[in-house]
Design a protein around this ligand. Structure first.
Ligand SMILES: Nc1ncnc2c1ncn2[C@@H]1O[C@H](COP(=O)(O)OS(=O)(=O)O)[C@@H](OP(=O)(O)O)[C@H]1O
Ligand SMILES: Nc1ncnc2c1ncn2[C@@H]1O[C@H](COP(=O)(O)OP(=O)(O)O)[C@@H](O)[C@H]1O
Length: 205
């Protein structure tokens, strides 16, 4: 693979873009069960940072599966390929000077580690969106748990397909005990503490 292909150096570097944007570029990788709050938090965070002139882009499971990954289903192999592609797309966003916020179940540790490995130090932050299966099933925002329990959907995460929780995530937000606003604040403060965005941005939350 990749024969007769030459890598072109970009005329504008990642560092140039970071300097112009006045903030770092990296990937915030949300992982958690369906219904745990990944999309809700990713979008609330992106909105807040957007208002503070911070460049973000959300990659969301449902949306990406309508386009780029519409050939993929939910077998272990397809999920693996799903996450591999999203990892590569995330890397492009990081090169483009953006903060990319991803909201995929990404149930397998090995696949998340693979994404970490293709990014540099301080470019990948795993955020575990922790919520019990019971609560996710109670929320059931898309009615999918009900379908999975009725055997209308196979290989549903948490029911008949595994979820491997992160062992050492950079951050954990618990959406059963924390409000959306509290979780957003936790994440923005984390970014400030790491020096990835300017301090004081979290003051408005
Ligand atoms: N079998 C099965 N298991 C889990 N989820 C399912 C399934 N079938 C459809 N859906 C819907 O697809 C969304 C998950 O897609 P992801 O790309 O995030 O999944 S994965 O990371 O490849 O495991 C997931 O969205 P979220 O609820 O946002 O997580 C579901 O809406
Ligand atoms: N504290 C909370 N944090 C995030 N979401 C919450 C919280 N409390 C209730 N919810 C609700 O839970 C649901 C989570 O759905 P969603 O964001 O689509 O999850 P996921 O993307 O992980 O599947 C939404 O309906 C959201 O309003």
């Amino acid at each position: 693979m990749a024969t007769n292909i030459v890598w072109h150096e970009a005329s504008v570097s990642k560092e140039d873009r970071r300097e112009k944007n006045d903030h770092g570029s990296f990937c915030l990788w949300f992982t958690g069960l369906s219904g745990s709050g990944k999309s809700t938090l990713a979008n609330a965070l992106a909105k807040y940072l957007f208002e503070a002139n911070v460049q973000t882009y959300v990659l969301d499971g449902d949306n990406v599966r309508h386009g780029l990954n519409k050939d993929l289903g939910f077998t272990d192999e397809d999920r693996k390929e799903n996450i591999r592609r999203i990892g590569e797309v995330s890397k492009l966003f990081v090169d483009g000077g953006q903060i990319v916020v991803t909201a995929f179940i990404s149930p397998f540790r090995e696949d998340r580690q693979q994404v970490r490995d293709i990014l540099n130090e301080n470019e990948f932050f795993e955020i575990y969106v922790n919520c019990s299966l019971d609560e996710c099933e109670k929320r059931d925002p898309k009615g999918l748990y009900k379908k999975a329990r009725n055997n209308e959907i196979k290989h549903f995460t948490g029911i008949d397909s595994p979820y491997e929780a992160p062992v050492n995530p950079e951050l954990v937000v618990n959406t059963e005990s924390q409000s959306i606003q509290e979780s957003v604040k936790t994440i923005v403060q984390f970014l400030e503490e790491k020096g990835l965005i300017k301090s004081g941005i979290s003051n408005g939350i």
